[in-house]
Write a protein that binds this ligand. Structure first.
Ligand code: FAS
Ligand code: PHB
Length: 389
């Protein structure tokens, strides 16, 4: 097989990039290790910045998003006694949209055949070759038969555990990592949300988040020990803890119901530099991971795609190599600021095992400062809605 661009991974980064390149007439193929059903079933992010919704609109793939997505003009921070509202619309003139990553992925997969975007599903043992040449290729097995895909550029959209980052020469790669001493235990249930807006709670027992997928489907998380297993948490025990950590006002409005899904996700901050080398580029989780506290993971994949698609289209359609040369620095400038925000909000809202009463008072003082300072609320708001591209 031949293509201008070969993308590894059919998650949000790969699908958004594939559609954007295809729309511009660049010949692209996506190679995905799992089945379409497996990718569609993943339950991940829930909050979209305008960087993501604008990209879907630019692709003409935002109809369902506009019909079903929930515009959120504010969010709430709970400190155990009160709810502190961050008025996103008043402070920034912008908002975020609640629309599950599962739905984004479905919309992008559904549109692929009609737009001539080939996705090779169930590709086994994908390997990258000659990434420092101008004739790189992917090798993989399809139903047991060896395949080869020649392309001018390879893009790793293969997430944190994919092969693309590992194909970067060790000598040029730099990694930065912070693994948090806890994870998030999440529950998805077909019950009405307890609040019209998301609630991030810092409670003496630990962090909790009240989120949603629609007005009839809720998504909650509580901070849990790293070695926590879902089996330790009956629905009843988890609902009880959610109610306690959200505080009396919001806790009283929690509607319980059977879990559609329950899972524990680890939290880490991670960046790999550079995001480009030779004919290989990285986008999304393949290059960076943020703790989900700031709702940045999916949205950073979208901003990488804005920069990289612009650069690749420039190269193929205008013989302009400048975008490719600056992609890594441009993308990383925004990645690092989102890493900082996600790290800061994680530190503010979670209970760390090594915290003394002093650190606890620092958290409460910062929440009190946010409650009393428009400048502090504006800083949170402009990071939460997404910094400019
Ligand atoms: P993805 O990991 O989504 O996609 C990578 C794709 O590459 C996958 O389809 C994978 O199958 C494929 N792949 C991997 N190895 C391959 C190989 N060898 N060959 C071919 N294909 C290969 N973000 C938030 O903002 N909020 C959240 O609440 C949130 N919750 C999360 C929960 C979990 C459990 C995880 C893991 C992540 C969560 N994230 C969250 C972050 C998540 O949404 C990512 O930021 C987002 O999926 C990034 O998209 P991609 O970069 O496309 O990576
Ligand atoms: C979610 O709804 O899954 C969600 C929302 C906001 C976050 C993290 C996860 O910060």
């Amino acid at each position: 097989m031949k293509a201008d661009v070969a993308i590894i991974g059919a998650g949000p980064a790969g699908l958004l990039l594939g559609h954007t390149l295809r729309q511009a007439g660049v010949d692209v193929v996506i190679v995905e290790r799992h089945s379409a059903a497996h990718v569609r079933a993943r339950i991940r992010a829930g909050v979209l910045e305008t960087v993501t919704t604008d990209l879907l609109a630019r692709l003409g793939l935002a109809d369902r998003l506009q019909a079903e997505g929930l515009a959120h003009e504010g969010l709430l921070l709970a400190d155990g006694d009160r709810l502190i509202r961050i008025d996103l619309a008043e402070l920034t003139g912008r908002h975020v949209t609640v629309y599950g990553q599962t739905e984004v992925t479905a919309d992008l997969i559904d549109a692929a055949p009609g737009r001539g975007l080939p996705i090779v599903w169930n590709a086994e043992s994908v390997t990258l070759h000659d990434i420092e040449s101008q004739t790189p290729s992917l090798r993989f097995r399809l139903a047991g038969v060896e395949q080869r895909l020649d392309a001018r550029f390879l893009v790793g959209c293969d997430g944190f555990h994919g092969p693309a980052r590992a194909a970067m020469p060790a000598a040029i790669g730099r990694t930065y990592e912070r693994v948090y001493p806890f994870g998030w235990l999440g529950i998805l249930a077909d019950v009405a949300p307890c609040s019209d807006e998301l609630i991030y709670a810092n409670h003496p027992n630990g962090f909790a988040l009240a989120s949603m997928r629609s007005r009839t489907r809720s998504r909650y998380y509580i901070q849990a020990p790293l070695d926590e297993v879902v089996e330790n948490w009956s629905d009843e025990r988890l609902w009880d803890e959610i109610v306690v950590r959200l505080g009396p006002e919001a806790g009283a409005r929690v509607v319980r119901g059977p879990a559609l899904e329950k899972s524990v996700a680890p939290l880490r901050s991670f960046v790999f530099e550079p995001m480009a080398h030779g004919s290989l580029f990285l986008a999304g989780d393949a290059a960076h991971i943020v703790p989900p506290t700031g709702a940045k993971g999916l949205n950073l994949a979208a901003s990488d795609v804005w920069y990289l698609s612009d650069a690749l289209i420039g190269w193929f359609k205008r013989a302009d190599a400048a975008g490719l040369a600056t992609y890594s620095d441009r993308a990383l400038a925004r990645v690092w600021k989102a890493e900082r925000f996600s790290w800061a909000l994680t530190n503010l809202m979670h209970r760390f095992p090594d915290h003394t009463p002093f650190e606890r008072r620092m958290q409460l003082a910062e929440l009190d400062y946010i409650a009393s300072s428009r400048a502090a609320r504006t800083s949170i708001a402009e990071n939460y809605v997404g910094l400019p591209l």
